[in-house]
Design a protein around this ligand. Structure first.
Ligand code: E4P
Length: 217
């Protein structure tokens, strides 16, 4: 399963990319609004750092506007993926951009039917929002299971990108269900490294070694 960072923070991306675990980045207007500087320059810098798919979301809401903005964003770097909000206008824009070989990530997916429609118009990715479903007492991971099943049944090449991830259990569930990508806030990635027994284990190894060296001296 590919691991993407869900952030617009260059600092967080710079810290995690050298570890070799980051396959791509997703951004959205809420995340970009937290950053200072020109959003398009930030997207370009993220592409340079990551050298993998970087989702940049349009702000336009009409199909024509989304197509125009999508083309502009795609021209920033070969790694840019155009994030379009799900809806009739988004589907029209997706079909047009996909025909120009511009990859689209269809976002704000909350049902299997929405995912199916996005796949039919050639989306490269669908982004089902798991955490926001959990927030309204609906099991978000059921949606991932349904979409993975449907895409497998018909051989869609659209990738299932698990979004709105809140904790490492979501990552494990996404991987077990065979999702293609899981996009995580940097804090969730940080939590994936941690296990108290790893820290205790290392401390013990080093102490035992030191004790043995002292006894030999
Ligand atoms: C997806 O690509 C979105 O950027 C993101 O995962 C939304 O997550 P949120 O529900 O935490 O805002």
């Amino acid at each position: 399963m590919k691991l993407f960072l869900d952030t617009g923070s260059l600092k967080d991306i710079e810290a995690l990319v050298p570890l070799g675990i980051v396959d791509g980045v997703t951004t959205n207007p809420s995340l970009m609004a937290k950053e200072s500087g020109d959003p398009r320059q930030i997207i370009k810098r993220i592409c340079t750092l990551v050298q993998g798919p970087v989702s940049a979301e349009v702000l336009e809401t009409s199909a024509d506007g989304m197509i125009r903005e999508g083309r502009e964003l795609a021209a920033l770097d070969e790694h840019v993926v155009i994030k379009l909000p799900f809806g009739k206008e988004g589907l029209k824009a997706c079909r047009a951009l996909a025909a120009e070989k511009i990859p689209v990530n269809m976002t704000l997916i909350f049902s299997p039917t929405q995912a199916l429609l996005a796949a039919k118009v050639g989306a490269a990715y669908v982004s089902p929002f798991i955490g926001r479903l959990d927030d309204i007492a609906t099991e978000g991971m059921n949606l991932i299971e349904e979409i993975v099943d449907i895409f497998q049944n018909f051989g869609f090449t659209t990738e299932v990108l698990v979004a709105s991830v809140r904790h490492p259990v979501h990552v494990v569930q996404a991987a077990r269900l065979g999702a293609d990508v899981c996009t995580c806030p940097p804090a969730v990635v940080e939590s994936m490294f941690k296990h108290p027994l790893t820290d205790i284990g290392l401390e013990r190894f080093l102490k035992d070694w030191e004790k043995a060296q002292a006894a030999k001296a």
